[in-house]
Write a protein that binds this ligand. Structure first.
Ligand SMILES: Cc1cc2nc3c(=O)[nH]c(=O)nc-3n(C[C@H](O)[C@H](O)[C@H](O)COP(=O)(O)O)c2cc1C
Length: 143
């Protein structure tokens, strides 16, 4: 892939840290990284990509953020079949149900989830999670 696209929503910066780490990994692998929020993301670029990453924390009651990310994911769902995607995000008091639901939803839409599960951070991502994000950024760059 020429460029690695990472689209994320983040309220307090935890998921944003993960998004930036994925972008860093892609850059370390020699690719351009486009790390953007849904309002700045190009659906056409995502349609043209073989693989990309989407990030959102657990919000509401174990759901995606409803004003921006949920409608964006609805759009992506329509063309994600056959693509390889990374799902990531931070959570707080739950146990990751929002991510398991998101993985199931995107798998049902025909996406191949890299690693077969989402990358999760409990609140602020620690070094291990950020390393995992960097590694998956490199993996996206290699596709
Ligand atoms: C309105 C709101 C709803 C939330 N709902 C959940 C939830 O359902 N499950 C959970 O584990 N954490 C929930 N959280 C905690 C956030 O997912 C957690 O603080 C996360 O680190 C925020 O990520 P961000 O810094 O990328 O915005 C919620 C936080 C807020 C403000």
């Amino acid at each position: 892939m020429d460029k690695v696209i990472v689209v994320y929503w983040s309220q307090t910066g935890n998921t944003e840290m993960m998004a930036n780490a994925i972008g860093e990994g892609a850059k370390e692998a020699g690719k351009e990284a486009v790390v953007v929020t849904p309002d700045k993301a190009s659906l056409d670029d995502l349609k043209a990509a073989k693989a990309f990453a989407l990030g959102c924390p657990a919000m509401g009651a174990e759901v995606l953020e409803e004003a921006e990310m949920e409608p964006f994911v609805c759009d992506v769902e329509k063309f994600v079949g056959g693509k390889s995607i990374v799902l990531f995000g931070s959570y707080g008091w739950g146990d990751g149900q929002w991510m398991r639901d998101w993985v199931d939803r995107m798998s049902a839409a025909g996406a191949n989830i890299l690693g077969n599960e989402g990358i999760m951070a409990h609140e602020t991502p620690d070094e291990a999670v950020l390393d995992e994000c960097k590694a998956v950024g490199k993996q996206l760059a290699s596709l």
